[in-house]
Design a protein around this ligand. Structure first.
Ligand code: NDP
Ligand SMILES: O=C1O[C@H](COP(=O)(O)O)[C@@H](O)[C@H](O)[C@H]1O
Length: 594
């Protein structure tokens, strides 16, 4: 038991707390009274996961490797509802700390594909931000692994170019960066070479220095080498006595069959608990807030159904093309790149029933249910487009097929709009419209909820014949300039009776001073803590592919020609016809917000 009591350097006493299944938690009292700031609440769950002993501690083995993934977390409902897990009838006792640290845990984060775009752009900066905010455990190292020949210093130089300090906390930034970089190391190897992963394992062990080793692998590599890496990790580089977790980047397959095959291959080497399929949109602040908004405010949940909501729009647009990623993109297209994952995940969170609790499995169960209630997409529910070259003033923008890595005759969509329906009592008949495109006139991601007309509206004359103009609309702007606003009708002050459409507006930058953490920060921290709520379970993934696979097959078999739209425009006109077919107007193009 003493080996679990490793952290309490902060206190000479621990509070012993009984948890629901009869296990015991040892909590430093300081963790119980921590204020509920992000890192503090994470801290409590972190402590629970490290200190809670289940009724019977057991180790599972897979391929000869212990899977010490803290399965305790199924026994203890961690962040943010710690209290729920604690048996209220159990007395809190203060126990003297039995023994000082014996097997202090250490965390190694291994970025596989360290030389790549995503690692440089997102993963290393997110790790540094976590370090900067003291969210990483005391003993951690970061390892880069890829084929490119580099030494530790060269990796550090590469990483240092992409690190930035948070705007609101610049103190000691240089010093912090140096400390962080000193914890970064590199190992070069082939992705399918078990010997190269043995070499990595040796270096990891050296840094772990006999402490309890926990290892988090981040697969930031093309999908065709995922399975090789997972095999090598499992055989040669998984932790012998701590946990081993693997974060996997999308794409998780190209369709139902390939995705199932990938899941099957992964499960030869890893248990589902060890796989963290990342969808970085789930780590975005406004997406996290969706459930809070809905389930903690009385005013929204009663309206959240076909009775009051006319349609829901999920919109993603970028004002740049696929430059530099054409090779990848042409094999996937916008439907796989954005819709089947990011937008569908948001839809599932938006439309799910109230989960039993905030536990990962309860939430993911509800998401699976709603995905399984949806009708697979048909060709007539979809419009596809592709951007073409365009000149504006003396500037010219290349078309999608001008990219040398894209075939000239490619019909891969860079834009798509789709109408989806959920066949359940809550959402019957409500169109969920999705729209995603590259090289459009603006960069944004938002959720728009258009409400029904007010029956017998006393003021309808003021709105003329266009009642849509008077419809309430709730907008969650995911990015940029995070905001939540509700369009309402309001009397213009004065003696007359003139109505105005205006916004009840929560603009994040005005209301909250701190900088919003990047999605990758939140998700990395969750994976470190074993929190799975924001990661995709295999049955969710399967349900998501089932919706899109028939459509993707049809588009590809029939080689459906995308409607061309000029780079920097508002996208194909077909998207308007699709919306009109379902009595919808795109909220982002309504004039007020476009
Ligand atoms: N970049 C982005 O914005 C996003 C990326 N993703 C996903 O994240 C993962 C990584 O993306 P990204 O960093 O852009 O990918 P990269 O193309 O930059 O590849 C990452 C690294 O993998 C190695 N690599 C590249 N191609 C091959 C190959 N054919 N065979 C073996 N090794 C190869 C290279 O390292 P070396 O040669 O040194 O071994 C490269 O530095 C991908 O799955 C991608 O789909 C997801 C969302 C956004
Ligand atoms: O997953 C992806 O997301 C990015 C957009 O992410 P964001 O956080 O910058 O909005 C997109 O550019 C890329 O094509 C896609 O693979």
């Amino acid at each position: 038991m003493a080996k679990h009591l490793s952290l309490s350097a902060c206190s000479s006493f621990l509070a012993a707390v009984k948890i629901k299944d009869g296990g015991t938690c040892f909590l430093p009292p300081s963790s119980i009274i921590m204020p509920p700031k992000l890192c503090s609440s994470k801290w409590v769950s972190h402590i629970l996961s490290r200190f809670c002993l289940p009724k019977c501690s057991h180790s599972e083995f897979s391929n000869g490797h212990p899977l010490n993934d803290v399965s305790l977390q199924n026994d203890v409902a961690v962040n943010p509802i710690v209290a729920k897990s604690i048996d209220p009838s159990a007395d809190l006792q203060l126990l003297p700390l039995l023994e000082s640290v014996k097997e202090e845990p250490t965390l190694s984060i291994i970025v596989v594909g360290a030389s790549g775009d995503l690692a440089k752009k997102k993963i290393f900066p997110a790790l540094f931000a976590l370090f900067y905010e003291n969210c990483l455990p005391e003993n951690f190292t970061v390892f880069g692994f890829s084929r490119t020949e580099m030494n530790d210093e060269e990796l550090r130089t590469m990483i240092s170019k992409t690190l930035t300090c948070r705007i609101d906390q610049r103190e000691n930034c240089g010093e912090k960066m140096d400390h962080f970089l000193q914890r970064c190391f590199y190992h070069s190897g082939q992705y399918n070479s078990e010997d190269d992963f043995s070499g990595l394992d040796c270096k990891l062990k050296e840094k772990e220095a006999g402490r309890l080793p926990n290892r988090l692998f981040y697969l930031s590599i093309p999908p065709n080498i995922f399975v090789d890496v997972v095999r090598c990790v499992s055989h040669r580089a998984s932790s012998a006595s701590g946990w081993t977790r693997v974060i996997v980047e999308k794409p998780f397959g190209r369709d139902s069959d390939s995705s199932r095959e990938l899941t099957r291959s992964f499960k030869q080497y890893l248990s589902e608990d060890q796989i963290f399929r990342i969808d970085h949109y789930l780590g975005k602040e406004l997406v996290e807030n969706l459930s809070v908004l809905r389930f903690s405010n009385l005013v929204f949940e009663p309206l959240w159904s076909r009775n009051y909501i006319r349609n829901v729009q999920l919109i993603f647009s970028e004002d740049f093309g696929t430059e530099g990623r054409g090779g990848y993109f042409d094999n996937y297209g916008i439907i796989r790149d954005i819709m089947q994952n990011h937008l569908l995940q948001i839809l599932a969170l938006f439309a799910m029933e109230t989960p039993v609790s905030l536990d990962a499995e309860d939430i993911r169960n509800e998401k699976v249910k709603v995905l399984r209630s949806m009708k697979p997409l048909k060709l007539q529910d979809v419009v596809v487009g592709q951007y073409k070259g365009h000149s504006k003033g003396n500037k010219s923008y290349s078309g999608y097929t001008d990219d040398p890595t894209v075939p000239n005759n490619s019909v891969t969509p860079t834009f798509a709009a789709a109408a989806l329906f959920i066949d359940n009592a809550r959402w019957d008949g409500v169109p969920f419209l999705m729209k995603a495109g590259k090289a459009l006139h603006t960069k944004r991601a938002e959720i728009r909820v258009q409400f029904r007309h007010v029956p017998g509206n006393l003021y309808k004359k003021t709105f003329g014949t266009d009642l849509d103009k008077a419809t309430n609309e709730l907008v969650l702007r995911v990015q940029p300039d995070e905001a939540i606003y509700l369009k309402i009708n309001n009397k213009v002050p004065g003696l007359g009776m003139r109505l105005d459409r205006t916004d009840l507006n929560l603009c994040y930058s005005t209301r909250y001073r701190g900088e919003i953490p990047d999605a990758y920060e939140r998700l990395l921290l969750d994976a470190i803590e074993g929190e799975r709520r924001l990661f995709i379970r295999s049955d969710e993934l399967d349900a998501a592919w089932s919706l899109f696979t028939p459509l993707l097959k049809e588009l590809e078999e029939k080689k459906v020609a995308p409607e061309l739209y000029p780079y920097g425009s508002r996208g194909p006109v077909g998207a308007h016809y699709l919306a009109a077919k379902h009595n919808v107007r795109w909220g982002d193009l309504s004039g007020e917000d476009s």
